[in-house]
Write a protein that binds this ligand. Sequence first.
Ligand code: ARG
Length: 463
Amino acid sequence: MTDKKSNAMWGGRFAAGPDAIMEAINASIDFDKRLASQDIAGSRAHAAMLAKQGILTDTDAEAIREGLLTVLSEIERGEFTFSTALEDIHMNVESRLKEIIGEAAGRLHTARSRNDQVATDFKLWVRDQIDAAISGLEALIRALIAQAEKGADWVMPGFTHLQTAQPVTWGHHMMAYVEMFGRDMSRFNDARVRMNESPLGSAALAGTGFPIDRHMTAEALGFDRPTANSLDAVADRDFALEFLSSASICAMHLSRFAEELVIWSSAQFRFVALSDRFSTGSSIMPQKKNPDAAELIRAKIGRIFGANVALMTVMKGLPLAYSKDMQEDKEQVFDAADNLMLALAAMTGMVSDMTANVDNLRAAAASGFSTATDLADWLVREAGLPFRDAHHVTGALVAMAEKKGVDLPDLSLDEMKSVNEAITEGVYDVLTVENSVASRTSYGGTAPAQVRAQIARWKEVLG
Ligand code: ARG
């Protein structure tokens, strides 16, 4: 039990303060202090607008705006004492403002509510994270393009079902991720366009009777326009959900690539060597070099998916407009954003530093009958066989080679002819992995020429 005084901000009708447990479950200051600079920017814009509209005197507005800057610098210098009794960042800031400038501070909250205030603060914060994700992705894409340029014609095995399928080029594989991360970038961009409307001035839920200018505050905060429905504005967290779902898809891509790097750097594959900067050793096995960064990226992604599901679940049963449930939106998004940025930076570092083992890649590409499709295509093109028959003949040749323990190019012409008479010396041209990749010139195909064309297109896109 507590005999604390009622809340200084809203306690007019309360005789007693909250129970300690109530205070603990209700307070958000421990985490929403991360919104301090957005909160202060929103309040400064609001105060300037109130003055321009004649709702506040210029003197009061100036005192408020200056005082808020003092509060901000105290927070930035770590000199601010956050109070749980004051619940959240909004009331912590306002209360300190009152200590600094006196009674005028109480006029700041005219024509707004914490409901539109928190929606505005959080949107501004998420918008910054979207921008950070976009630049993180751009850095990663540039690192992938650099790898692709180096190895536009290095041959490696392409897989389906993680079984050797057809030879592809290193550049082609790197550029596949460029496409994925490029879509992620455009998803974040789309989300940014949709979310960039200002909730400020929607007040508690119904708007306000004060003659405010919502266009002015929207513009001051870099929004494209004010939101068009005050109920929606205070009840909406789509912007955070779109951030989390775009982050989840991006995280899924990061995790797939991380998984490939774990496989590729293993002793069994040895396709790549990761740099010392992004690996760790074992405390007991001296020979080991572990791909921990890749593994942690793969694992951390779980939090991002989790945040998406958690916030969806918080929102799905809420009647309009604001409910306190919505205070649970922030920690999820903070954690997901922190981990996404870390994963993007770690992946960029790994990609820039890794060295492909070109000889191993080529050797692996040449094994596993990877040019069998080229042989079948040759039978269609040069011997006029229907593709189904060509597939069958090739299958028989693969079986023969397998039985002899050799690769397709090691079969003699006589052996080939014993399966199909129409086969000639020319077939050996298509059985090398270099010729195989060079022949795949269809748009978006693995031929080095195609890969170089896509690299050039991306470089133009990025400028
Ligand atoms: N701390 C609250 C949140 O994060 C701010 C809004 C509170 N609004 C209210 N009506 N109690 O959502």
